[in-house]
Design a protein around this ligand. Structure first.
Ligand code: ZN
Length: 347
């Protein structure tokens, strides 16, 4: 398959060690896990949500039929973690490229990503080294270049806009890799870009995970509810975004800061907003974001519309993870639906 893009990378192969060090350090910093959430920043406008753990039973079963790769499952896990990529993506591409560990490249050249320089195949000393190199390169494509879907990666690994006879074969790449992803139990990460967010009139919808509003402003059953609640299954740990440009004026705890459930709420053990952030947008307009999983961005931070200011949690008086969102005009709470209702109408 055509891999012209890899040629740029070839001169670096001869200096593998310094290269790995250069890339390794920023990756380790960017990849620091949010120990509470499961949502992790990769860069300022790219983040991912951890969907689930790798299914180790499927993983081990699939590696049994992986021929030359069959004893190397642990290295795929280790180097996926090191270079901050979804191990399922790494393994699915490798199984596709090597035809489940039987290709000559993997058997003779320890090259599980099947990289080549023009017509000359690359060779690694050990298969472990080949897996590490593949993970490093894939990490660059995903985390630096933002090629976060199998389709994006397919355009690099197996371009179909070429006229060298490989188009038909390359057309199979994406569906084949997706099928292997399913065999391994599905992707473990979902990426999103702030740049792709839902934007109307310089405002961005505040919870990209969902638009499900579960409780309204000052309803008859909750006359003192000064905002709206937004929630759906799995929202815990997902990003909360600034509605529009502004400056953070409060980033603090109000009431309790443990993660409350329905029983805590009923028994009055949990109180207040929990961790919350207030953003001043100027002209008397402020927004508040409550029940965050932990402290949000600090006071004084100048935020842009769509910038991550915290993550959804269930601190304060809360029955389950959700965002409590308030809009304040000249010191008075107003119904947020009058401002963000436009986002819900477009569904
Ligand atoms: Zn609420």
């Amino acid at each position: 398959m055509k891999k012209g893009w890899f040629i740029l990378f070839i001169p670096a192969i001869t200096m593998v060690t310094p290269l790995i060090l250069l890339i390794f350090i920023p990756v380790m910093i960017a990849g620091a896990l949010d120990e509470h959430g499961g949502t992790v920043n990769v860069s300022d406008d790219l983040y991912y949500i951890e969907l689930k753990e790798v299914d180790m039973q499927l993983w081990n079963e699939n590696f049994k039929k992986a021929n030359a790769l069959s004893d190397y499952g642990d290295y795929f896990l280790e180097y996926a973690e090191l270079f901050n990529i979804d191990p399922i993506v790494l393994v699915a591409i490798s199984m596709k490229e090597t035809n489940w560990g039987v290709s000559r490249e993997v058997r003779e050249n320890n090259n599980p990503g099947v990289y080549s320089e023009d017509n000359e195949d690359l060779r690694f000393e050990t298969l472990e080294e080949g897996i590490k190199m593949m993970a490093l390169k894939l990490g660059e494509l995903i985390n630096d270049e933002g090629l976060v879907t199998i389709n994006d990666l397919g355009n690099k690994y197996a371009p179909i806009d070429v006229e060298d006879g490989s188009e038909e074969l390359n057309r199979l790449w994406v569906p084949d890799v997706l099928e292997i992803v399913e065999e391994f139990g599905g992707l473990t990460r979902q990426y999103a870009f702030s740049g792709d967010l839902d934007t109307i009139d310089e405002m961005v919808w505040v919870t990209p995970y969902t638009k499900r509003v579960t409780s309204g402003f000052r309803t008859s059953s909750r006359p003192n509810h000064n905002g709206i609640d937004i929630a759906s299954d799995g929202i815990r740990g997902t990003p909360v975004l600034a509605l529009t440009d502004g400056v953070v004026t409060i980033s603090d705890a109000n009431g309790t800061t443990f993660e409350s459930d329905a029983s805590d709420y009923r028994n009055g053990r949990s109180k207040g907003y929990g961790w919350y952030v207030e953003v001043d947008h100027g002209d008397g307009f402020k927004t508040r974001y409550a029940h965050l999983i932990e402290q949000g961005v600090p006071v004084g931070t100048e935020v842009k519309a769509g910038q991550i200011i915290g993550y959804v949690g269930s601190t304060g008086a809360s029955t389950a993870p959700h965002l409590h969102f308030e809009t304040i005009i000249n010191g008075n709470f107003v119904d947020p639906m009058g401002i963000v209702g436009v986002f819900l109408e477009e569904e």
